[in-house]
Design a protein around this ligand. Structure first.
Ligand SMILES: *[C@@H]1O[C@H](CO)[C@@H](O)[C@H](O)[C@H]1NC(C)=O
Ligand SMILES: *[C@@H]1O[C@H](CO)[C@@H](O)[C@H](O)[C@H]1NC(C)=O
Length: 295
């Protein structure tokens, strides 16, 4: 495995003071805090960019007020989980022991406290749901941000019309090629029990064989670490992180932006309104974006 070898290499390459230095400087909150493991080519430099794991930043933190009550948001989240369960069951059957995607998804549902009865109902109804197909719409939003809109529909032309209408109404448009701004990667999300220094996060990433680690916040503003890896390494990385004693919140495939669109406050609000409108469309499963808030 690559991890331990790289870790040893890193330990020899980095001056010991940098590796084990205890005092971690508080770092200003920054949206662009992305801990790329570029040190694979220049180990010391990238660690000097950030002496402590930068405080996670939720790009929506300033627009939360436009979102509905929490219960309603949870209800919507569970509805989307229901759609994901339906897709997973369609692809791999309803037995999580034989369907790893479903197993990952159920774990995520449980970590978000989705009631067991709702999970069971979603699996049941997935087994006898009408045939539906998955599609991906590529779009551009306020400030030139890129969006990928995943849908599950029994009538693609209806959904296509609806998506186009929502985009037009909210400052967006369909835009072929947006997909190229994203990579499909494995992502393992972990909520650390306590704050973690950049050195520790990087070491965990290397140890586990991940390519990148980012700090973000979940919808309840809890700090979380996202370990990003090749799709085929997902289970290995997940297992290694568990082996390091970390509690896994979710593991699955995601569209990770290759580069970000930097939006000012007004554009972030407009984009948030658009994404809310899209997400409220019953055919929409998920919306991926490459937005970074200027702060
Ligand atoms: C699909 O939706 C379009 C547009 O709303 C509608 O004209 C068409 O009849 C629908 N097709 C089916 C099979 O329901
Ligand atoms: C982002 O990356 C994609 C793929 O490499 C490229 O086509 C696009 O121009 C880039 N966008 C920006 C804003 O750099």
């Amino acid at each position: 495995m690559l991890g331990p070898t790289l870790l040893r290499a890193l330990r020899t390459l980095r001056p010991p003071a940098l590796v084990w230095a205890a005092p971690v400087q508080p770092v200003p909150r920054s949206a662009s805090c992305r801990l790329s493991l570029v040190w694979r080519t220049s180990p010391v430099r990238s660690l000097q960019l950030c002496s402590g794991l930068c405080a996670g930043h939720n790009k929506w933190s300033k627009v939360k007020n436009i979102k509905g009550p929490k219960d309603e948001a949870r209800g919507k989240m569970f509805m989307k989980f229901g759609m994901l369960i339906r897709i997973a069951v369609k692809e791999g059957g309803s037995n999580p022991d034989l369907n790893i995607n479903l197993a990952h998804l159920l774990e995520q549902c449980r970590s978000k406290n989705m009631p067991k009865a709702s999970i069971d109902a979603a699996i049941k109804s997935a087994e006898k749901a009408k045939p539906a197909s998955q599609h991906m719409f590529e779009a551009r939003g306020p400030g030139g941000c890129m969006l990928l809109i995943e849908v599950l529909t029994d009538n693609n032309s209806r959904t296509h019309q609806e998506i186009r209408r929502l985009l037009n109404k909210n400052g967006g448009m369909l835009s072929d090629g947006a997909r190229h701004n994203f990579n499909r990667r494995g992502v393992v999300v972990v909520v650390p029990a306590q704050s973690v220094s950049v050195e520790t996060a990087l070491e965990m990433a290397i140890e586990a064989g991940a390519e990148d680690v980012q700090e973000t916040e979940d919808e309840e503003e809890k700090l979380q670490l996202k370990f990003i890896c090749a799709m085929s390494d997902l289970n290995k990385v997940r297992g290694s992180l568990e082996g390091l004693g970390l509690q896994i919140t979710s593991a699955g495939l995601e569209f990770v932006p290759r580069n970000h669109s930097s939006l000012d406050q007004e554009q972030v609000e407009a984009a948030s309104t658009l994404i809310e409108a899209l997400t409220d469309c019953p055919d929409v499963v998920r919306v991926w974006d490459n937005i970074q808030a200027d702060s």
